[in-house]
Write a protein of this length. Structure first.
Ligand code: URA
Length: 224
């Protein structure tokens, strides 16, 4: 049965309302006209079981036309309660490090749009399953297409696995520029890991992450 009409490059969905209900229905590129539309679909989404337990879908915040998109793993408790990504302790640490690197200026998210690989909180903050990541991936790809950033920062192994499909450990991947669909990608360590490892001496996890963020800022200046 034909589900879509239109060209193979830019298929048009006949029944967009069916998308939130069934992970077997793909979300082709070009499905959404705005981030707001993605937000309302995510809040109605039942593509995976996490839709049953969420308070809010956590879609994104920041500049909708930012040169950098920062993609984390999944919402935690504070994010689920507020509907905003990176507002809990790990998010606050990341924000401080982004400020220190000069990517953000105080109180402003002009350079960045923040989101996650999956939009709903997994129970007890467990790692999202491959099925949950796959069910949500269409939303993430649409967010990237609409924001159209020059640089993608992948925060932690789940974000790397979710976008690039690379299953290697984050300690091996962090700090090295990658290319994905014509965009520059920088994987970094997850701030939850940095909270558990507060050491900031030269060579420590925090020091390395701060250095990786400096690389991102330098690249942003070069591209400006
Ligand atoms: N908060 C988020 O929104 N995502 C993470 O990956 C961590 C904290």
């Amino acid at each position: 049965m034909e589900k879509y009409a239109g060209t193979p490059q830019q298929p048009k969905i006949l029944n967009k309302d069916a998308i939130p209900l069934d992970a077997k229905i793909p979300i082709p590129s070009g499905t959404y006209n705005s981030l707001k539309e993605i937000g309302s679909h995510c809040n109605a989404c039942r593509r995976c079981p996490l839709g049953e337990s969420r308070t809010h879908a956590v879609v994104g915040r920041g500049n909708r036309h930012a040169p950098i998109i920062i993609i984390g793993e999944a919402p935690g408790k504070c994010e689920d309660e507020t509907g905003k990504p990176f507002v809990g302790p790990a998010g606050k640490l990341l924000e401080r490090m982004l400020l220190k690197a000069g990517i953000l200026t105080r109180g402003e998210l002009a350079n960045a749009y923040l989101c996650n690989a999956i939009k709903c909180r997994p129970p007890a903050n467990r790692t999202p399953t491959a099925m949950e990541i796959a069910a949500c991936k269409g939303y993430l790809l649409e967010q990237i297409r609409l924001v159209d950033p020059k640089i993608v920062v992948l925060v932690g192994a789940t974000a790397v696995r979710g976008l690039l499909g690379d299953k290697r450990g984050i300690t091996q991947l962090r700090g090295v520029w990658r290319n994905w669909e014509g965009r520059l990608v920088m994987p970094i360590l997850h701030p939850s890991y940095l909270l558990r490892n507060p050491e900031s001496l030269k060579g420590s996890a925090r020091w390395l992450t701060q250095r990786d963020l400096k690389k991102v800022k330098k690249k942003l200046n070069e591209l400006a």
